[in-house]
Design a protein around this ligand. Structure first.
Ligand SMILES: Cc1ncc(COP(=O)(O)O)c(C=O)c1O
Length: 457
């Protein structure tokens, strides 16, 4: 048989249901300001009720509405690609596959949930959506989704990325989105932070506070907030990635891979690929699942598991998650989407239950891996994605040492065509490795030491 490079699914073969890990892995409930579990009604000013229902849903399989399938089919199913050239360069007996999520209109996995969230908001009668964005991938994905559905979109973009990635803003504008640098002068949360530190690089935690504040203060009540990661419903929408991958692997006779890898910022692309495989693992399959993060923002590898807010101004409920503390300001590394202080409660629960492993990798190894990938497979990866590639390369080298023909699958979460400033800095020797010192982590954690502790089951 000739070598198959790309495994496609027809549009008819696209999954019709999402997989919900909440049915199989228990998490502690989000808590309100009084320390008691929040009710769905308390979230109503922030999210439309149909999304809140999905956030608390415990069903294992959730039907994807026809209207959302019609939006997803614009770029899905995405191909699963065998990285023959990378394998050859590494001289590994491992089979390396990547799920290419960079082919969406915005260039990453983010539109998978953006179109779903915009669709549910529209169904509920919402006219305008506010959000935050780090690297700009999520903001552009939501602008794209809102343009398809005729909704207004307002994006608070973390200052450092706003300056590093001007073309992302132009993409958002092209789709009709309105993007401002965060912290901004448009909200109380932004003004307070600017008054204390006018030169702050910003953080996702700050941008989230601004976006929620604008949503809940709309006097007409026609605005809601959308989050691009972290929450259960976002993880749910992304599972289409792993569900497609399972069907694609079956086409080349692979029931389960040996290793599944994703980079983890708030956890959504990692969850999207891995949760359907974790379902198999819970049912007896022998699969290693690895979440990779930067050493400079080591949420899964160094932070404690506890309750924390998702944003600086404490507008979100307390979520049970690994967290570096909601006031954490990360170093301005180029993987902007991996600079979040917390981690999705479901990904956190999977780690706590030892269903997954976590790994931290330095920025230079990631960029080196990204360049090897670009030179072999051809696509220039997003800086976030290079973390997954670096892990896959490590595992492929390990397979070589062990002389084992392992199957490795990783999520190619996005392309890096808007992130070339990072590549330029790497190629001209201007980037360094940075490991976040334990003293700094402890300083941020001191602020949340008295928060309630999850009684994890
Ligand atoms: C290309 C890409 N990969 C990964 C991430 C990390 O986010 P998440 O962990 O939610 O997938 C981002 C976030 O912006 C991204 O743009």
């Amino acid at each position: 048989m000739t070598k198959i490079k790309k495994i496609f699914l027809s549009e008819d073969e696209m999954p019709r249901q999402w997989y919900n890990l909440a049915a199989d892995v228990k998490t502690n409930p989000p808590l309100g300001p009084d320390g008691n579990p929040i009710s769905p009604e308390m979230l109503a000013p922030v999210f439309p009720m149909n999304i809140i229902e999905q956030e608390v849903c415990q069903d294992r399989w959730v039907d994807i509405p026809e209207g959302i399938l019609e939006l997803l089919v614009r770029w899905r199913p995405s191909p699963l690609v065998r990285a023959y050239a990378l394998e050859e360069a590494l001289g590994t007996p491992a089979k390396i596959y990547y799920k290419n999520e960079s082919l969406s209109p915005a260039g990453s996995h983010k539109p998978n949930t953006a179109v779903a969230q915009a669709w549910y908001n529209k169904e509920f009668g919402i006219k305008r959506i506010t959000t935050e964005t780090g690297a700009g991938q999520w903001g552009s994905a939501l602008s794209f989704a809102c343009s398809l559905l005729g909704l207004e979109c307002k994006i608070f973009m973390v200052r450092v990325s706003f300056d590093q990635k001007p073309f992302r803003k132009m993409m958002m504008n092209t789709w009709g989105g309105n993007c401002v640098a965060s912290p901004s002068n448009e909200t109380n949360a932004g003004r307070e932070i600017l008054a204390k530190d006018p030169d702050t690089p910003g953080s996702l935690g700050i941008a989230i506070s601004e976006a929620i504040e604008q949503a809940v203060t709309d006097p007409k009540g026609e605005t809601r907030y959308a989050l691009g990661s972290v929450l259960n419903h976002v993880m749910l929408h992304q599972t289409i990635i792993g569900l497609e991958t399972q069907k694609q692997l079956a086409k080349v006779g692979i029931k389960n891979p040996d290793i599944v890898i994703g980079c983890a910022g708030g956890g959504s692309n990692f969850a999207g690929l891995s949760f359907p495989f974790i379902h198999e693992k819970i049912n007896g399959a022998d699969i290693r699942v690895i979440a990779t993060e930067p050493f400079s923002c080591p949420t899964l590898t160094k932070a404690p598991f506890g309750y924390d807010h998702g944003d600086v101004a404490k507008m979100t409920p307390l979520l049970p998650m690994y967290s570096l503390g909601h006031t954490f300001i990360p170093a301005p590394i180029h993987a902007g989407g991996l600079r979040y202080h917390g981690m999705a409660p479901l990904v956190s629960a999977a780690l706590k239950n030892e269903l997954i492993e976590a790994q931290a990798i330095h920025q230079l190894e990631c960029f080196e891996s990204g360049i090897l990938f670009s030179k072999t497979e051809g696509i220039i990866p997003a800086p976030e994605t290079t973390h997954a590639i670096a892990s896959a390369i490590r595992e492929a080298k390990q397979a070589k040492e062990e002389g084992k023909e392992k199957t490795i699958v990783f999520n190619f979460s996005g392309h890096g065509l808007m992130d070339l400033v990072g590549y330029e800095k790497f190629l001209t020797g201007q980037l360094d490795d940075y490991e976040l010192p334990m003293e700094i982590i402890e300083r941020y954690l001191a602020e949340i030491k008295d928060y309630p502790k999850p009684n994890f089951v």
